[in-house]
Design a protein around this ligand. Sequence first.
Ligand code: B12
Ligand code: SF4
Length: 402
Amino acid sequence: MPRPDLVGITAFTSQANRAYEVAAHFRRLGVPVVMGGIHATMCLDEVMERVDSVVTREAEGVWPQVLEDARHGRLKRRYDGGLAEIADVPLARHDLLPAGYAFGAIQTTRGCPLNCSFCSVTAFNGAHYRQRPIADVVREFQSIREKRVLVVDDNLIGTRPEHIARAKDLFRALAQADLRKEWIGQATINFADDEELLALAAQAGCRGVFIGFETPTPEGLRELGKKFNLLKDRDFRASVGRIQRHGILVAASFIIGLDIDEPGIGKGIAETARQYGVDTLNVSFLTPLPGTRLWDQMKSEGRIALDAFPEDWSYYTLSFPVARYKHLSLDGIIQEMTSCDRDFYSLPRILRRAWGNLWHRRKPLITLVANLSYRRNSHLDWKAFADFKRQRGHRYECASGA
Ligand code: B12
Ligand code: SF4
């Protein structure tokens, strides 16, 4: 690799340590390093100590300036991009990426008004929901080589009638462009409320949707600030069924470790997900990510157990219990996660799910493969928990809860 003029690094919080290793390598060679993205924005001081320049928030507004300053050897220590004018977001250069990815990726909207306590998105991309021009999205979609695409929007359809209307226009335009792509996206449960929206999404290539149900009870939703899921006296089973009837698989996301969660929550989540009839279940430990309301709360209550930063960031993958939970000890919460996975991903239940989808002609093979890979991952997690307890277990000894 020829010596670069400038190195730019991005990182989620869980990847921060690797980002610092890469930065240190290039700085030793005398190459200036600039870092941006979610971790750099939320942990500015930490990052500033380890790179030459930091770009906070969205880069589009300041990147030309950064390049100009780098060219003249006068990089500033910090740039703030603020929130970009969405119409000015250029088409991503997919041609620069190497071939061979399983999924291409595209972003069509930014921001989320819901501001759930555990999520960084509203703090990072703002509460104002911004939608890219449809023509740009279609052109960018056309430039993606992969047949399968991940639409990375946090909420592809939005929450208000005008958002839904734009989502329908986008799906119509994608269907008309006849891209022959299959894609998956993320949405709130109101995706299920509009038959026309669902039909258009399916025509546009939507094959799966990741939905945050978060917790089985209304009290839990209130604790997480996700009251949106409670609107309209929602019947989750019926909502999931309506989505699936359009050939769209539902991947459910839940969180374990809320203040109201007590022993038995693991099985409770698995049962709830089965009742809703979802195709896959992804459960995370409640994790105080920097910049969220949950972080502020847990920090002020002295409940962040893994707080030797930056080293401990490596555990902020949502698959380790990094905090002290109110009614669950370290062993307790790990047991809950394990029993949830054992229940939802038992072989008989996986086969029943795949059989059900075969019966309804709804991608049984994908359901089977996805379920088996979740099952395998949960077995890997169990091994990781044993190491985790050995290496970090002592940090929970002053746990306040159970
Ligand atoms: C897509 C996505 C994924 C995909 C990533 C696919 C891929 N290969 O890229 C997948 C599903 C794999 C994933 C996994 C995870 N994710 Co994720 N993911 C996202 C999501 C929804 C969109 C990210 C994205 O592509 N945005 C589009 C691009 C254009 O925006 P961007 O990256 O922010 O970049 C802009 C700016 O940040 C800035 N910028 C970024 N980097 C740089 C670098 C430089 C040099 C400069 C100048 C500027 C700059 O400029 C860009 C343009 O404005 C975000 C939510 C969000 N809105 O950010 C969560 C998010 C990033 N994920 C999150 C998390 C927690 C995870 C996981 C750790 C946990 C999990 N179980 O899901 C894992 C990571 C596992 C690991 N290896 O550590 C959190 C991260 C919080 C944090 N503090 O780190 C987010 C913010 C969601 C949330 N609810 O809080 N994720
Ligand atoms: S979890 Fe989803 S709905 Fe809640 S703030 Fe984050 S992106 Fe919005």
